[in-house]
Design a protein around this ligand. Sequence first.
Ligand SMILES: *Cc1c(COP(=O)(O)O)cnc(C)c1O
Length: 389
Amino acid sequence: MSSQAPHPALLIPGPIEFDDEVLQSMSHYSESHVGAPFVNTFGETLTMLRKLFITEDPKSQPFVISGSGTLGWDQVAANLVEPGDDVLVLHTGYFADSFADCFETYGIKPTQLKAPIGDRPQQDEVEKALKEKNYKLISITHTDTSTGVLSEIKGLAALVHRVSPDTLIVVDGVCSVGCEELRFDDWKLDCVLTASQKAIGCPAGLSIIMASGRAIERFHARKTPPGSYFGSWKNWLPIMQNYEAKKPSYFATPPPQLIHALHTSLTQILSRPLEERFKTHRDASQKVKKAVAELGLKQLASKPENQANGMTAIYLPEGMTPPAILPTLMKKGVIFAGGLHKEIAARYVRFGHMGVSVTDPERDDIERAIKALGEGLREVGYEAPNGKA
Ligand SMILES: *Cc1c(COP(=O)(O)O)cnc(C)c1O
């Protein structure tokens, strides 16, 4: 029995449902952020992140800083590039527009390579774009949470290394780290940013980053100081290195209770092989996508290879808008999110299937949600073509 008050299952693409033990870790008594017990917990958390990102290179550098996923964009723009630099932003939805906006805030010049809604830029287009300018950095959204489109990081990273080897490879993994396969060392990535509240299943409030040795070198070789104070790696790098070496150190107060929760969720995630975790998410995703197709509904991500495994963005039946169905689903005990992509937000809903909702065998969140979607649509007047709804 869960120790949480009864509540509808939160099946939006983050924050996601929490495990009881993760939530209970937040009620840790107050500790000094420079005392040995907390420093140990923080140090272990950083070391566990290396396993989550699948990196054994001692030059890789994890960062955990108070903030949300968005702070990861600021850290990249403030530390890895300099004003006037060109960066290439691959666009698979809303989040690329925001990352590009963030780059502009720091005087960086983003060029966006866009695909039609529901698709992703193709390798030959990316190759052509990379040859047009001296891009200091390319950013790729692993799962764009506005469209449910998955990027093919491995192939894109290999392409960048071949065609433009000095370009740093940055992955926005806010909706992918912890549910999609991602191999930091094998795929030779330079910076992957994420947040605590999506597939990692920890409450919101932490910006989490893994940077490569090459990214850290690029940071050290800057000609101009970082364009941020709170987000500056000049301030945070020694702190992260000290914490991992179990040495107390201070730049700005970390959130001890959240670090405890992250420590617990990483301990749980790493207690089983990551391969198994990726497969569990793929299997749950297939189940959802099959049910969506049986209801006669379409996904935004139209090609199977483009479809994320941690969420599904579903077009509603012609003429139906999210407010017509979301309250009905809530009454049935599940919460989905409305649309987010500006041009089509009123035409679709998003179903997140990450973390304990798919990995905990004692939960039936996904089955309940699939059933609620079919029943809910029928109640608001939709008839599936094959009579299944
Ligand atoms: C949620 C999300 C973000 C922003 O993260 P916040 O924690 O809301 O700041 C960035 N990128 C992607 C892909 C996301 O899904």
